[in-house]
Design a protein around this ligand. Structure first.
Ligand SMILES: Cc1ncc(COP(=O)(O)O)c(C=O)c1O
Length: 426
């Protein structure tokens, strides 16, 4: 009893501190989210919330009436069913990759990849904004790591030069892994991958670089049949490692690492979360197969187009708002990725509405009160001084909903402008 009391009080203190700092995470009641218009979830193609995926999933169950629910064991023993084998082969083909290894989640997949594949004399050079799961994997791994400033090509070049001269990379015996994300999950900007490839060719002409792109937020959303950013640019041969998660655009859960057969076998042999964990179940894989079939169908193509249209419409409503220039110039709401709007053949549906310190929760509550759901995000998920409201556009959002949510946050921002003016006069 005393042990429980001591434990609770030890845990309570840091939780109270989080509350005071306005970064306490309390999952909203499920009913609240469901009753509001979705500008928060990662279901960007709206295939999950619209129940289109439910129907495709039930069709998978019908097509396999004798299915066994559980995988019954780890991959290295009885857990590799024919159904799991088939999806790995099919996903590798779909994304034009040599081989695939399927995991229960993207988090698991990244930990498996980064804890086992880079060897002790290798170096992992990563963008400062890569996902927490890559950090956790690297921490467990034995390669050195180095970070470059987010999407900063000059800093990327400087870091590569430094690694080349100070980590024995010149001889070409060891590898620099470059870890980036296709669409950054909290900022919605895009990795300048073609420019990075060019730089690494110049700095390391021996080619001892392995690129890894985490395609969590581009999977299903762009590229032929939704196959992602690497396929969109036709860079399959240049990117050695890819991670495609299924819990965002594809509406369910799980993830596939796309790599060479050697990397695949190394992960099966050495990744603790492969060896010591129950293999993905039939139910997980059936939902994934249903999601991929939808992504590759006419319905999937229509949804991708609608998502692009909606995203452009959102950008248009923001950029054309009479107060936007002043609001953003004064830092009341900034959307850093807005500099890139319209510069590519596609747009990303994630928007970071960065507020002055201490105001992200107030903005989120104002938007909730108007009937729209989205999330405020704080440190440690984003850097300390960059709290924000994260807004995601979906294929099934209507123009009216988009107009409504933009009006709502711009009303808040305009009110803040008024307050600022009054304070300046005083
Ligand atoms: C870039 C990135 N990688 C990996 C993950 C983890 O994927 P999952 O949700 O399937 O565990 C996420 C999810 O937040 C992500 O945004």
């Amino acid at each position: 009893m005393a042990g429980q009391r001591i434990l609770n009080s030890k845990l309570q203190t840091p939780l109270e501190q989080r509350q005071r700092q306005q970064r306490f995470m309390e999952p909203p009641p499920a009913g609240t989210v469901a009753s509001l218009i979705d500008f928060g979830s990662n279901d960007t193609l709206s295939i999950s919330s619209s129940r289109v995926l439910t129907r495709a999933f039930l069709a998978q169950l019908d097509a396999h009436p004798n299915f066994i629910v559980g995988s019954t064991s780890t991959r290295i023993f009885e857990g590799t069913s024919q159904y799991l084998d088939d999806i790995e082969r099919d996903l590798a083909r779909f994304h034009n990759a040599p081989a695939g290894l399927f995991f229960n989640s993207g988090f698991d997949a990244n930990v498996a990849l980064w804890s086992t594949i880079p060897r002790p004399d290798d170096v992992v050079l990563h963008d400062e904004y890569i996902h927490a799961s890559i950090h956790d994997g690297m921490r467990r791994g034995r390669a050195k790591t180095k970070m470059f400033a987010h999407n900063d090509l000059e800093d990327f070049r400087r870091c590569l030069e430094d690694i080349k001269h100070n980590h024995g990379l010149k001889e070409g015996k060891n590898v620099v892994f470059v870890a980036v994300e296709s669409f950054y999950s909290m900022d919605g900007d895009v990795v300048p991958i073609r420019e990075m490839l060019e730089i690494s060719k110049q700095v390391l002409p021996q080619g001892n670089v392995v690129y890894s792109i985490d395609e969590a937020h581009s999977n299903g959303v762009i590229g032929p049949n939704g196959s992602g950013l690497v396929c969109h640019y036709g860079l399959e041969k240049e990117i050695g490692l890819r991670l495609h998660t299924c819990g965002k655009g594809l509406g369910s859960t799980g993830a596939v690492v796309l790599a060479s057969e050697t990397v695949r076998m190394a992960m099966i042999n050495y990744s603790r979360n492969v060896v010591f964990s129950t293999a993905p179940s039939f139910v997980t894989v059936a939902a994934v197969r249903a999601g991929y079939e939808l992504a590759a169908s006419e319905e999937g193509e229509k949804r991708r187009q609608r998502l692009q249209q909606n995203t452009r419409y959102f950008q248009h409503r923001v950029a054309e708002h009479p107060k936007w220039a002043e609001v953003t110039a004064k830092g009341i709401i900034r959307i850093p990725a807005s500099e890139d709007w319209g510069s590519r053949s596609f747009e990303t549906p994630i928007f970071a509405l960065i507020t002055p310190p201490g105001q992200a929760n107030e903005l989120a509550e104002h938007i909730h009160a108007a009937g729209y759901w989205l999330d405020s995000v704080h440190y440690p998920i984003v850097p300390k001084d960059l709290s924000r409201v994260r807004l995601t556009v979906h294929a099934d959002n209507t123009e009216e909903q988009i107009e409504g949510v933009v009006k709502t946050f711009m009303d808040w921002a305009t009110r803040q402008l008024g307050q600022e003016r009054r304070q300046t006069k005083l």
